[in-house]
Design a binder for this molecule. Structure first.
Ligand code: RB5
Length: 154
């Protein structure tokens, strides 16, 4: 699949909605099919409601990647990471975006609208979407992220 055609699931709370809407416009302009789970206004909402919807879409394969925005990105990441197939990461830089794709096979990028400037977010998202997972030695480590019986965790 052309990276520019990769389906993306988006979600935000009231603190992240403006940044989420600007990311949606940039993603659509780049050719990505986008599923926007909201929120769609500035009324106060609860970030886990959106994190879970995006996490379910990624888990189901309806989207290859998810993007979540709240005040810090932290609450979104905590909630999304309760889904076993999700690896959600709070990203503050292009370096983090590149390395978490290459090494962790991260599939949801979380951003903080109150902590990270919009240009850094846009550049970081671009790096996140275009950096391939390296696999190899990282695959063994990623396979150990979800807890397994103690006997297998030597
Ligand atoms: C909402 O005020 C704020 O708590 C939320 O956007 C987020 O930062 C939580 O992690």
């Amino acid at each position: 699949m052309n990276p520019a055609e990769t389906p993306i699931a988006l979600g935000a709370d009231h603190a992240g909605v403006a940044l989420k809407d600007s990311l949606r416009a940039a993603l659509e302009a780049a050719g990505h099919p986008v599923r926007d789970f909201g929120t769609h206004g500035d009324g106060s909402v609860d970030y886990p409601d959106f994190a879970h919807q995006v996490a379910r879409a990624v888990t189901a394969g309806e989207a290859v990647f998810g993007v979540l925005v709240c005040g810090t990105g932290i609450g979104m990441a905590i909630a999304a990471n309760r889904h076993p197939e999700v690896r959600a990461v709070v990203v503050h830089s292009t370096t983090e975006a590149r390395l978490t794709r290459a090494h962790n096979d991260a599939n949801i990028a979380c951003f903080g609208a109150r902590t990270t400037g919009p240009e850094v977010v846009l550049d970081s998202l671009s790096a996140f979407l275009t950096t391939p997972y390296e696999g190899g030695r990282h695959a063994r480590r990623v396979s150990k992220i979800n807890p397994s019986p103690a006997a297998q965790e030597a």
